[in-house]
Design a protein around this ligand. Structure first.
Ligand code: FAD
Length: 300
């Protein structure tokens, strides 16, 4: 029998498509302006939540806090603050969690974080710190009423022995209290769909949000993918071939590639999408528009 794809979204049934966005905390006044312009543009799309990353080893501790605290104060989006275990004692991490709570933040993306020696070096937990993400989740739960989200790796975390071992870790994170997972980005939907099958087969029922990265800059994205274990298909590289000095065409290709990816996921029944925005709104806004996710127009 022919596979019947799910109907693609139209304005009439975009109601069941939910989006969320990732931002990073700004370093300079210019980046600050760029971030808040981006938030301003994407907030009317009514995201389920927006997440704000936490720099390696807590390097953005203040900036992440200030960003999510401002989001709470302004009330236009629901922020989820990322947090890692790297290079900090339990007391220090707990202080960050208490600070988030005091600022009104109720969503945390709980992560172990990368090894301090850089990717590829062994991870060494802080002697007085949380040893891994599962321990961090337990610590956060003991401190307050947070919704805790975690990472998931459709192509396996680079340090894991196998995808099955990774799914065991995901199951442990869910048992510890995680209620939603966001995946590492991927370009070949087959990786995500296979992963989802395995995760469901393992009895894990929490939403597994596909992390979608619009390719703002192919070389940069490919470099990042190589570090995180995400594969870059040859067809993707070929689409950006010869465009290094042609940003306008690159942008059109990036929009087409991302549109193809999300609409194929819709065809496979996916309804939640998490976009890595890189603090740039235009491509993400366009893709959401295609998905039928629009700003609410006030009644006349
Ligand atoms: P985990 O799921 O904790 O797994 C990491 C490794 O530890 C795996 O090999 C796993 O097998 C092992 N492990 C986990 N639990 C146990 C256990 N109980 N016992 C034994 N071994 C265990 N990094 C940042 O620095 N800041 C961010 O803001 C950030 N945001 C991210 C957001 C998303 C959606 C994703 C996918 C990644 C993000 N990262 C971020 C990167 C992440 O920190 C790295 O990939 C890191 O190497 C792993 O942390 P984790 O929590 O994702 O991994």
């Amino acid at each position: 029998m022919l596979h019947q794809p799910h109907p693609r979204p139209s304005r009439s049934h975009s109601d069941d498509i939910r989006v969320s966005f990732e931002f990073f905390p700004p370093k300079t006044p210019d980046m600050e302006t760029q971030l808040w312009d981006c938030v301003e543009r994407l907030a009317p799309l009514n995201p389920s939540f927006v997440s704000v990353t936490y720099g390696a080893g807590g390097s953005t501790r203040e900036r992440t806090h200030n960003t999510v605290a401002r989001m709470v104060r302004e009330g236009k989006v629901t922020p989820a603050a990322h947090l890692t275990c790297v290079g900090a004692s339990k007391d220090e991490v707990d202080a960050v969690v208490r600070g988030y709570h005091a600022a009104g933040v109720r969503h945390i993306v709980a992560l172990r974080g990368d090894p301090q020696g850089g990717l590829g070096t062994p991870y060494v937990a802080h002697p007085g710190g949380y040893a891994h993400s599962t321990a961090l989740i337990e610590g956060i739960r003991a401190l307050g009423d947070f919704e805790i989200m975690v990472s998931a790796y459709p192509e396996k975390h680079p340090e894991s022995a196998s995808l099955e071992a990774d799914i065991d870790v995901l199951a442990a994170k869910v048992d510890a209290g995680a209620t939603r997972a966001i995946t590492q980005f991927f370009f070949d939907n087959a990786h995500y769909l296979r992963f989802l099958d395995k995760v469901r087969g393992r009895g894990i029922t929490i939403p597994i949000l596909p992390g979608i990265v619009p390719v703002q800059n192919f070389r940069q994205t490919a470099g990042f993918a190589a570090k995180t274990g995400a594969s870059v298909p040859t067809w993707l590289a070929r689409r950006f071939e010869g465009l290094d000095n042609d940003p306008a065409t690159r942008k059109l290709i990036a929009a087409a590639v991302a549109a193809e990816q999300v609409l194929d996921l819709v065809d496979h029944g996916v309804r939640d999408f998490h976009f890595y925005t890189m603090n740039r709104a235009d491509l993400v806004f366009a893709i959401c528009h295609l998905l039928g996710v629009r700003a609410e127009v006030p009644a006349a």
